[in-house]
Design a protein around this ligand. Structure first.
Ligand code: FES
Length: 75
């Protein structure tokens, strides 16, 4: 589904991986970005990893929490 491994670090500030995010969404019913922030702490520092519009980093992220949420909540 994603071209990244589960150990890919989506949130660099808080060291939250794609696997951590999948677990929060699929196994613990995180359904909003705030749920994700609460459960994993992803996106609670610089917030650049949340969605592209909020990415003010010099080097842009390759994948965002919002996309992961959207992808996994599709069905
Ligand atoms: S990279 Fe996620 S809060 Fe900074």
């Amino acid at each position: 589904m994603f071209e990244f491994e589960d150990n890919y670090e989506v949130c660099n500030c808080k060291k939250v991986t794609l696997g951590n995010l999948k677990d929060a969404i699929l196994n613990n019913n995180a359904s909003t970005l705030s749920d994700i922030q609460e459960m994993t702490t992803a996106g609670t520092d610089c917030r650049h990893c949340m969605f592209p519009e909020g990415d003010f980093g010099k080097i842009k992220k390759k994948i965002y929490c919002k996309d992961i949420l959207k992808e996994l909540k599709k069905d």
